[in-house]
Unconditional design. Structure first.
Length: 119
């Protein structure tokens, strides 16, 4: 099982930027797909973006395309989520998650990091 720890959340004004990091450890992470999800108060958790450690394609939710960028640093076993042009509706707890390549279920989850966008 892979362990995930998020960092980088905080309070930012609308239009600003934040970069989240997800440090992975444990089993060989190169066989995993890493994803970012978020959950706003009173709403269901939703997919934000994903990336494959081995260099496959990246995917984004329509709501963040063109504003968020997911990337990885294999040497550091860390995945990043660069968030630009933040909007009030981006306020949520952001979670990093991992699934084995070729499977559908994200089985490993981090503890989450709060992102609050203010006006």
């Amino acid at each position: 099982q892979v362990q995930l720890v998020e960092s980088g959340g905080g309070l930012v004004q609308a239009g600003g930027s934040l970069r989240l990091a997800c440090a992975a450890s444990g089993r060989t992470v190169t066989s995993y797909v890493l994803g970012w999800f978020r959950q706003a108060p009173g709403k269901e958790r939703e997919f934000v973006a994903s990336i494959t450690w081995s260099g496959g394609p990246t995917y984004y939710a329509d709501s963040v395309k063109g504003r968020f960028t997911i990337s990885r640093d294999n040497a550091k076993n860390t995945v990043y989520l660069q968030m630009n042009s933040l909007k009030l509706e981006d306020t949520a707890v952001y979670y990093c998650a991992a699934r084995v390549s070729g499977t559908l279920e994200y089985r490993a989850w981090g503890q989450g990091t709060q992102v609050t966008v203010s006006s």
